[in-house]
Design a protein around this ligand. Structure first.
Ligand SMILES: Nc1ncnc2c1ncn2[C@@H]1O[C@H](COP(=O)(O)OP(=O)(O)O)[C@@H](O)[C@H]1O
Ligand SMILES: [Mg+2]
Length: 239
């Protein structure tokens, strides 16, 4: 479904991705793990076709979606036509708008009129958001804000969801809850690409994983296998 081949990307003269290759099949949960600065966010922004300076410029290689290159596709078409949506690092919800208003705004990319019904679905997935529908988003807890960020992404009716460090800043129980929800969404057909510094958690829920180290993929395989590898455990799992 998604195929990245020898992708190089640079911020000005500084190359952040040195020719990475990976693929994501329909229905999978794929995780990209790696330390701070490895190039995880750069990779997701490149997939979303976000332009510089927010993202790096692709200097070589290709990104294909459904067999066709998307290097010439604009970011808003990635959302509206390819149905791929990013939950960015730090969530970026509108704090001065209510939960409901954030969800309504997120329907911008849609051509159909089913937004109201979909808000009900988001409230089924995250009952906490229903209780706080009229509350200003900047008064939500970190976990609730992450729920809203995911809910907002789902409002675009995406078939591929990219998540940038969804566990960041969350208490362990809230984190596990969030990943359980992602697993459920995946069981309902959503393809998921999640990048994480929390490698243990990511490897527990993903089907397959890639390890990114300073702009290069240094290991890949079934997530369960990587979880058992001594060198991965030592470098990324603290054990
Ligand atoms: N907007 C930017 N301008 C210049 N360099 C950047 C920018 N964003 C990230 N970088 C650099 O690119 C590399 C990869 O960063 P990033 O993709 O954010 O890593 P990660 O998400 O894995 O922490 C790092 O060396 C970082 O300093
Ligand atoms: Mg990052």
């Amino acid at each position: 479904m998604l195929r990245v081949t020898n992708l190089k990307a640079a911020y000005g003269k500084i190359e952040a991705l040195h020719g990475i290759s990976f693929h994501v099949e329909k229905g999978e949960i794929v995780t990209l793990i790696g330390a701070n600065g490895a190039g995880k966010s750069t990779t997701l922004k490149a997939l979303m076709r976000l332009p510089p300076p927010e993202s790096a410029t692709v200097t070589a290689g290709d990104i294909e979606f459904g067999g066709a290159s998307i290097l010439g596709v604009s970011a808003h078409k990635v959302v509206s036509d390819l149905k791929m949506t990013l939950v960015p690092e730090g969530r970026h919800i509108f704090g001065n708008l209510t939960v409901m208003e954030n969800l309504q705004l997120a329907a911008w990319s849609r051509k159909d009129k089913g937004a109201a019904k979909d808000i009900d679905r988001i409230f089924d997935i995250f009952p906490r958001l229903a209780e706080r529908a009229k509350q200003h988003s900047d008064t939500l807890s970190g976990g609730e804000q992450q729920m809203l960020a995911v809910g907002r992404a789902l409002m675009t009716k995406c078939s591929v969801l990219l998540l940038d460090e969804p566990s960041m800043g969350l208490a362990p129980l809230i984190m596990y809850d969030m990943f359980r929800t992602l697993k459920k969404l995946n069981a309902d057909g959503l393809t998921i690409v999640v990048v994480e510094q929390n490698a243990r958690l990511a490897l527990q829920v993903a089907d397959r994983a890639y390890v990114l180290d300073t702009g290069e993929i240094i290991a890949e395989g079934p997530a369960g296998d990587l979880l058992q590898k001594p060198e991965i455990r030592a470098a990324y799992l603290g054990a």
